[in-house]
Ligand binder design. Structure first.
Ligand code: SAM
Ligand code: NAG
Ligand code: NAG
Length: 433
């Protein structure tokens, strides 16, 4: 135990040391540049001014055009949208780095409270989580959680230290495994129609020894569980010490009401889809309102938003232009083109703007804390191609901090693990009256 603490501490120390190194490196680079410039100007005074200047300009133009051409070749050959986003100076063309430029709708909480943890805590957490994630039993968790959300779930479960963890939607059990890494001795209840052990026949899956599974013929939907008896069996009397994790693609307003009724207070939603996307009505969608920054939309095709969206759609798979946001005929941008989707989009119901507005007012009235997990790192580092940074909060590791990204061990992962970010959200809700 002590050894572990020490090794964590020395790793932390390393991070800070390396950061200093990075700064030193930057300084020595500028020093080099300055001395080069001085040498050049000495040459100029020795050999006269005009000819060397013209020569320099000629050389510069030649190099520039060569570079421009090679960039185009790279674009065509690599097929990686990341490269096509590079401008002449090798930086991102105002497209990746402008996190939140289209607004990040954020549900208002009653007293404006926020979470205890800071971005520094997240960074420290990342350092600890990378080696844990490397030992995950399900390496390729297609249709399940990727790196960003696994980290978020692990971080929050560990921070909140619940007495009991309940998950709804386990698939092959990756999220069960993540919860177990965060809290080694805490019981888990998993509600999922198909038992994860069924997947073991075909490949990797995770079945937890201290998890009660409600699955197969024992499956019960979260909204129909008799919590009184289940919690009693688990010896839990304080429902505010229970953490609920939803990854079951159900209407989040429905889940919120069910959790509220049962007296639970800490909820995490995995898929907090942005307006116009996803297979169920989400908190992000609910709080997308005119009075929220980035909320409320114009379906007018000549608007500023429309122009920006058209541009961004070329670069990010999940970005929508206004036609997709609003549909062709009706100008209903809320939910998904005016629909409240539920249950993997097996059900959907048209809602009026008034209903949509009332939903957000209801959510605000029961909300103590709303916190969206930021992406772990900027897209120039992760090379993710799906979520549009313009609709996401600033990442834990910002674009340009490759040294830090590498030191954290994040270069060791396949790009695909960074492609699943969908604004995972933590909610703290009121005690039911
Ligand atoms: C996206 S997967 C979950 C991924 C998983 N959390 C992970 O970490 O990889 C969604 C899961 O929800 C399950 N599901 C479907 N309807 C459900 C319901 N009403 N309650 C709970 N789970 C449900 C599906 O069978 C599926 O296993
Ligand atoms: C379940 O948890 C208890 C208490 O932490 C522990 O002693 C036991 O080994 C665990 N069982 C399994 C199968 O993991
Ligand atoms: C969702 O359901 C609607 C109505 O059934 C359908 O028109 C739409 O194509 C579905 N979308 C997806 C992504 O499955």
């Amino acid at each position: 135990m002590l050894e572990r603490v020490l090794s964590i501490r020395s790793r932390n120390a390393q991070i800070n040391d390396d950061e200093d190194d990075e700064n030193l490196d930057d300084e020595s680079k500028t020093r080099k540049n300055i001395s080069f410039a001085m040498r050049a100007s000495n040459q100029v005074t020795k050999f006269g001014v005009l000819w060397p200047c013209l020569l320099l300009i000629l050389i510069f133009v030649l190099i520039a055009s060569a570079l421009l051409h090679s960039r185009n070749i790279v674009c065509l050959a690599s097929n990686d949208p990341y490269y096509s986003r590079l401008n002449f100076f090798g930086s991102i063309d105002g497209l990746a780095s402008d996190f939140g430029s289209l607004g990040v709708p954020w549900c208002r909480s009653k007293l404006g409270q926020t979470v205890e943890w800071t971005s520094k805590d997240l960074l420290k957490g990342l350092e600890e989580f990378v080696p844990i994630y490397e030992t995950r039993p399900i390496k390729n968790n297609m249709y399940g959680m990727g790196f960003d959300h696994s980290f978020g779930l692990w971080f929050m479960a560990r921070w909140l230290k619940p007495e009991l963890m309940i998950e709804s939607g386990a698939f092959k059990g990756h999220s069960t495994w993540v919860l177990r890494q965060a809290m080694p001795d805490t019981p888990i209840i998993s509600l999922t129609p198909r038992h994860p052990e069924k997947y073991l026949k075909k490949g990797p899956a995770y079945v937890d020894g201290n998890c009660t599974y409600f699955s197969g013929k024992d499956f019960v939907d979260f909204g129909s569980v008799n919590w009184e008896s289940v919690l009693k069996k688990h010896g839990v009397s304080d429902r505010s010490r229970v953490l609920i994790f939803f990854d079951d693609h159900q209407n989040e307003l429905k889940r919120l009401k069910q959790a509220l009724k049962a007296g639970f207070r800490h909820l995490i939603f995995e898929d907090n889809y942005d307006t116009g996307t996803g297979d169920h009505y989400s908190l992000r969608q609910i709080c997308d309102q005119f009075y929220i920054r980035g909320g409320g939309h114009s379906c007018f095709s000549d608007s500023d938003e429309a122009r920006i969206r058209t541009k961004r759609k070329k670069f990010w798979e999940k970005a929508l232009d206004v036609e997709e946001l609003c549909g062709e005929k009706e100008e209903a941008w809320w939910g998904v083109r005016g629909y409240m989707r539920d249950d993997f989009n097996h059900s959907n119901k048209a809602i009026s703007f008034t209903e949509h507005f009332q939903n957000s007012r209801f959510v605000e009235s029961v909300l103590d804390v709303y916190w969206e997990l930021p992406p772990v790192a900027g897209p120039s580092l992760t090379h993710q191609t799906r979520y549009d940074p313009a609709r996401a909060p600033s990442p834990v590791v910002e674009d340009g901090r490759f040294g830090l990204f590498k030191r954290l061990g994040l270069t060791r992962f396949e790009t695909s693990v960074f492609n699943g970010y969908t604004q995972m959200v933590y909610l703290q809700i009121s005690e039911s009256a």
